[in-house]
Design a protein around this ligand. Structure first.
Ligand SMILES: [Zn+2]
Length: 264
């Protein structure tokens, strides 16, 4: 297979790692992967010689350029599900990989709370995983649809979640994952979110824009590659080598068309 555009780093987006029946959901919208498939994907990354880095390290590699970004991948998880600890972490640890988990802090407590019908981690789990090299970022407090909320509420969601994770882990938090679809065509809104993120001391963020991160990517709203149980090794390889970068373009085009339709 031809290698994609050089100098780009894939940021993989996972949610739930469990045996869940998502057959009624279209492949594009599935958010679960089985533990067996997750292990296969990590095995594949390892065999292909990929190394995993933090978001900060990835951005530094992109900034300094060159071929150093080659065979580098960032692994991210959203939503704080307990099954990360049970089913994903063992595979990550087995290959000496690392990952970043984004927490909706209202769903993390001293007991396992439920978010989106799945059990979440406890703060004890979070601290255990942190000891093992897993990084944590904010995914808001309540996981709301931020688009449409007023500035003060958005500030609360972004700043309070960061503070809570810092208090509970004793480590600085500088990464954020935007929940739900990123409204990239609403420039005044995204500018406001950026201002709040900067005010809060965030340095890097990811969202649901599809593609790989490059030099020109926005460090607070980086593109990711969604991965779920519909991805076999070949599809994952295609995505990671850039065959899916065009999807991001189509995604923003569709959003522009939709927007002009609803406004027109
Ligand atoms: Zn989420």
């Amino acid at each position: 297979m031809l290698s994609g555009e050089p100098g780009k780093i894939p940021i993989l987006m996972y949610h739930s790692v469990a045996d869940e029946d998502e057959s009624a959901v279209g492949p594009y919208f599935r958010i679960a992967i089985t533990p067996g498939q997750f292990l296969q994907q990590m095995t594949w990354l390892n065999e292909k010689g990929y190394r995993t880095v933090s978001l900060a390290a990835a951005m530094e590699l992109l900034r300094t350029g060159g071929s150093t970004a080659e065979r580098t991948v960032v692994i991210t998880f959203d939503d704080g599900y307990r099954n990360f600890y049970q089913h994903a972490f063992p595979a990550i640890e087995q290959f000496g990989f690392t990952a970043t988990m984004f927490l909706p802090t209202a769903s993390i407590a001293d007991q396992h709370r439920i978010f989106n019908k799945r059990e979440c981690m406890t703060w004890g789990d979070v601290r255990d995983l942190q000891q093992c090299g897993i990084s944590f970022g904010s995914h808001t407090v309540n996981h709301p649809q931020l688009h449409g909320l007023d500035r003060e509420r958005i500030r609360m969601e972004l700043l309070e979640s960061k503070q809570t994770i810092e208090d509970k882990t004793g480590s600085a938090v500088d990464t954020f994952a935007y929940p739900y679809a990123f409204p990239q065509t609403d420039k005044p809104f995204t500018a406001m979110v950026r201002e709040i993120l900067e005010e809060g001391g965030y340095r890097y963020g990811v969202c649901t824009r599809i593609g790989r991160a490059g030099k020109k990517s926005d460090p607070l709203f980086l593109e990711r590659l969604p991965v779920n149980s519909a991805d076999d090794a070949e599809l994952l390889e295609a995505k990671m080598e850039g065959d899916y970068d065009w999807v991001g373009g189509v995604q923003s085009m569709i959003k522009r068309v939709r927007k002009s339709r609803t406004r027109g």
